[in-house]
Ligand binder design. Structure first.
Ligand code: NAP
Length: 266
């Protein structure tokens, strides 16, 4: 049976899978398999990489996928690029679902940087005790720094090497402002390092940092692929519904018409 593929790993991807599953749209959610006990979405789930764009392209054909929603994390750039390439080659409708980035307020003290290497350069100038709220693969960029103490918070153990002076805090959101203020105070944090992940689940650290007058180093999102993009689950569900209706059409010419309309980048 044909199905819609959701490239997941985010709260929005799970929510979208739940909405579509509830409406009877056949959905397969794909997870990278990085987290030991992931929160699973409703419907069919597959776990693990596809083997690059070629592997994904083959998988789309084998599983009779009729459309793809890339709802991966804003920093999962390789998966998004792979989806773009595979769908462009296969003439497969592709939609990017990406939550908006965080918006700086007048009373914030944010320092925008392009990548984690630039964040590592900036951190020593801005504080001596840093909360690192990054992906587990990004902590290694801080490994050579011995003048800063780090509280490293991540969902799973970060990939080595790690900075010499650190404490590990394995935890995942959603976090509350009062909880985050407690963490900052207990560890005498004077600078916060984060990516512009967006969303509500992990935004409390920004409110907590503002409350305490702390500097925040914010890593900008990588440039997105040239894919049609929506910001909300409601919009993505509407798009997916329309693709599902099109996939059920017996008339091949109508389906070809839909494919033209939905080329990646449109
Ligand atoms: P990435 O660097 O873009 O992906 C690396 C490789 O992992 C991809 O090329 C792909 O392997 C595989 N992969 C990634 N997402 C996949 C998915 N949803 N289904 C199947 N394979 C996937 O991404 P990442 O930073 O490793 O993130 C992995 C997953 O964790 C994503 O699904 C993302 O939504 C979620 N996540 C990421 C972050 C983050 O900060 N990056 C934060 C929260 C959640 P192949 O090339 O072999 O297909």
């Amino acid at each position: 049976m044909s199905a819609l593929l959701i490239l997941g790993g985010t709260a929005e991807a799970r929510e979208l899978a739940g909405v579509l599953h509830g409406r009877g749209v056949p959905v397969i959610s794909s997870l990278a398999g990085r987290v030991a006990a992931p929160r699973l979405p409703p419907g069919e789930v597959r776990i693990g990489g596809f083997g690059g764009p070629e592997g994904l392209g083959r998988w789309l054909v084998e599983r009779h996928v009729f459309a793809v929603v890339d709802a991966t994390h804003p920093f999962a750039a390789r998966m998004s690029a792979s989806a773009f390439e595979a769908c462009a080659s296969a003439g497969m409708p592709l939609l990017r679902l990406e939550r908006p980035g965080w918006v700086e307020r007048l009373d914030d003290r944010w320092h925008w940087v392009d990548d984690v290497a630039a964040a590592a350069e900036a951190v020593e100038r801005l504080g001596s005790r840093a909360l690192l709220a990054l992906g587990r693969q990004e902590v290694a960029a801080f490994a050579g720094m011995d003048s800063t103490w780090f509280l490293i918070r991540s969902v799973g153990p970060p990939d080595p090497p790690l900075p010499p002076r650190h404490e590990l805090l394995l935890d995942r959101g959603p976090f509350t402002v009062s909880g985050e203020i407690g963490v900052l105070r207990a560890h005498r944090i004077n600078v916060v390092v984060t990516r512009d992940s967006g969303g509500d689940q992990t935004a409390a650290k920004l409110d907590a940092a503002r409350e305490r007058g702390l500097s925040v180093i914010v890593v900008r999102r990588p440039p997105p692929p040239d894919t049609a993009t929506v910001k909300t689950v409601v919009e993505a569900a509407a798009w997916a519904n329309a693709r599902a209706d099109g996939a059920a059409l017996p008339d091949e010419s109508s389906r070809a018409g839909l494919r033209d309309l939905d080329r990646p980048g449109r």
